[in-house]
Design a protein around this ligand. Structure first.
Ligand code: C5J
Length: 222
């Protein structure tokens, strides 16, 4: 299959490719969650849900592998170093009680993937304690077992966990493409810069494309 992408076309085989949705969890996206508590406009992130839902539905219909990640720490925070927990000066830190349970702690209501994109049976769900999806997870082994070489990305936030995961993926030999309208940042300028950085210098990190280009490729192949 071929996606009309930037900076040039992206070729992939369905059986070798996974759709990865990064951290589409309630605390980042829903009003009343952790993200909003920090003063962010979560409506920016909510706006990508319809396009992401459509891409996920089309990918599932085509029979492609789906991976969901959550930024999630153990309840005892043994996997959350001070360098992460004490960064900045937030009113709420990781592990504190937030509006939807303990912030970024596995199993809490705010840590669940939003209903519109909830995982279904057979999909991989990774709880990751870092920004990148391969750090301290078994995802690389799970993808290798399935012969996955190509990764399509969506999720939040573009410049933090999505970009870090794409760079980690590139270092591990995966060809990655970011679906432009299925990712968002609380800071639009950071999203724009990240898209540019990823595809600069001949796709130094990977490719980007609108989700319509993926849907067109899937329709063409059907
Ligand atoms: C993610 C964050 N998922 N921005 N986390 O990007 O802190």
């Amino acid at each position: 299959m071929r996606i009309e992408a930037n900076p040039f076309a992206y070729e992939f085989a369905l059986k070798d490719t996974a759709l990865v949705l990064i951290d589409m969890q309630r605390d980042f996206i829903e009003p009343g969650g952790f993200g909003e508590t920090l003063g962010n406009d979560v409506s920016l992130l909510e706006a990508i849900v319809p396009a992401t839902k459509a891409a996920l539905a089309a990918w599932r219909k085509a029979g492609g592998l789906v991976v969901h990640t959550r930024e999630a720490h153990k309840a005892d925070l043994s996997d959350c170093p001070p360098a992460k927990r004490s960064r900045g000066n937030p009113s709420l830190r990781i592990g504190d009680e937030g509006p939807m349970g303990r912030i970024l702690v596995a199993g809490e209501p705010g840590n669940q993937i939003i209903d519109a994109l909830a995982p279904v049976e057979g999909e991989i769900v990774i709880d990751k304690p870092g920004k990148g999806m391969f750090y301290a997870t078994d995802l690389h082994e799970l993808l290798q077992q399935r012969g996955i070489t190509h990764l399509l990305f969506g999720g939040v936030t573009t410049e933090v966990c999505v970009q870090t995961s794409m760079r980690e993926a590139n270092d591990r030999g995966y060809d990655g493409l970011l679906l432009e309208d299925c990712t968002e940042s609380y800071f639009p300028a950071f999203k724009a810069a990240t898209l540019d950085m990823i595809r600069a210098q001949g796709a130094i990190v990977g490719w980007t494309a609108p989700s319509a280009a993926l849907l067109a490729a899937l329709n063409h192949a059907a």
